[in-house]
Design a protein around this ligand. Structure first.
Ligand SMILES: [Zn+2]
Length: 296
């Protein structure tokens, strides 16, 4: 996920003064965090009561492993040279706060239960944004979210957290198409800002499924080349990267998705469990004409 820095700017205190040691991150560390823990590539800052030292040590180990994963797929020359600042920022329940990377490449993480482990659910995904931001690349919206999700899913295919809660993207996105509640991918692409969070069951599951399909068809390296292509990621960018137009790629994906969904033997029962028993039950499934207009 990615959010404007405006919302968080208000809670950031004055920038910390740097010491001359090479172990201090070049990225400004915000004030107001009670605990600080460093690893080779990270500085973790946690709010009072949000983490014990052993939890931060555990988080640091996981983060270092994922750092290697992301460096391995993005490439050494697209790897940040300074430590990344990770903020263990408290509960996101009720505040609407979602994990994001700000304009300086700092990673803001939230929990949605009392479990510290929640903080790490989005870290690998957010690392993709942080690598790009701290090495001078712009945020690409829909495409960057899609590629970050495809990388995340490649390394953590059975995640129990948002948006799939352990179910497959084919199950969720395939069901939405089956019952005519999918938002056309071209609409999600052109209206990313407006619909990404408002219609997140649809936007996340469809995007993960589509970019997972591109990854499995063309290879992860082709997706990485795509987001770093100086030619850009507009319609012509898809043609350049994959040899097919965006609308043709979407058409191919919809056919493949429908086939894969039909091959899930207990798809309806799985959907009932997803939408009735997982935290997805708290989320809005947008309706055309009510929550969004295709013509907007
Ligand atoms: Zn994201």
């Amino acid at each position: 996920m990615n959010r404007s820095v405006k919302r968080v700017a208000a809670v950031l205190g004055p920038v910390a003064v740097f010491s001359a040691t090479p172990f201090v991150a070049q990225t400004p560390e915000p004030a107001g965090y009670a605990h600080r823990y460093e690893t080779e590539h990270f500085v973790f800052l946690a709010r009072e009561g949000e983490a014990t030292r052993s939890e931060l040590q555990w988080a640091g180990g996981r983060a270092e492993g994922w750092f290697e994963n992301v460096r391995g797929v993005l490439g050494e020359d697209r790897t940040p040279s300074a430590q990344l600042v990770v903020l263990i920022d408290g509960s996101g329940v009720g505040s609407g706060a979602v994990p994001h990377v700000d304009g300086q490449g700092r990673l803001f993480l939230y929990r949605y239960t009392d479990d510290f482990q929640d903080y790490l659910d989005s870290l690998l995904h957010e690392l993709v944004h942080a690598f790009r931001r701290t090495t001078g690349y712009p945020y690409l919206g829909f495409v960057e979210e899609g590629v970050a999700a495809a990388i995340d899913e490649a390394f953590l295919p059975d995640k129990m957290s948002f948006p799939l809660y352990g179910f497959s993207a084919d199950l969720v996105a395939g069901h939405l198409f089956k019952v005519d509640r999918a938002i056309p991918l071209g609409v999600l692409r052109t209206r990313h800002r407006a619909l990404n969070l408002r219609c997140q069951i649809q936007s996340y599951s469809e995007r993960v499924s589509f970019f997972g399909h591109l990854r499995d068809t063309f290879g992860l390296a082709a997706l990485i080349d795509f987001i770093y292509d100086p030619a850009g990621v507009d319609s012509a960018g898809y043609e350049h990267a994959f040899g097919r137009s965006f609308s043709d790629l979407v058409g191919d994906w919809e056919v493949a998705l429908s086939q894969r969904h039909r091959a899930i033997p207990d798809a309806d029962a799985q959907w009932a469990a997803y939408i009735g028993e997982s935290p997805a039950k708290y989320q809005n499934i947008c309706k055309p004409g009510k929550d969004y207009s295709v013509a907007e």
